[in-house]
Design a protein around this ligand. Structure first.
Ligand code: NI
Length: 138
């Protein structure tokens, strides 16, 4: 019998990006990425939900202290991404298209080493209220 419980922490950040493939010409970029390929960037209000799964600790009853999780997300993710131009200001996206998919993977790679390895972790990122991604997929 599994007694695992999932806990979630939601944070948000604002960031600008441009989606394009440098190997393609402008016409092909515009065809694939539409307005997201416009050269002068555009912004999104991202909602980030970090899910942590594990058995509640016997002494605290917590899977993970949510204050600790919130502080980690703020210090390690929001400090790097909030109010940034992802293409220009965030080294991870120097050669990586800052799609919601790739942003979720980058956030996961930042947080995963900082969270107890006994706990499973997943990132859900909303680029708009209707468009969102999850990583990793189980
Ligand atoms: Ni966009």
């Amino acid at each position: 019998m599994s007694k695992k419980v999932a806990v979630f922490r939601k944070e948000s950040f604002n960031a600008a990006h441009r989606l394009f493939n440098p190997d393609w010409d402008d016409a092909r970029n515009e065809k694939v990425f539409g307005k997201c390929a416009l050269p002068n960037y555009h912004g999104h209000n991202y909602d980030l939900i970090v899910k942590v799964v594990g058995k509640p600790d016997r002494q605290t009853g917590y899977v993970m202290d949510m204050k600790v999780l919130s502080d980690l997300i703020k210090a390690e993710v929001l400090e790097r991404l909030d109010h940034r131009n992802l293409n220009m200001d965030v080294p991870e996206f120097k050669d990586l298209n800052p799609t919601a998919e790739n942003i979720a993977v980058v956030i996961y790679k930042i947080l995963r080493p900082l969270i107890d390895e006994k706990l499973d972790m997943q990132v859900r990122l909303y680029e708009t209220p209707r468009n969102f991604v999850e990583y990793p997929v189980d």
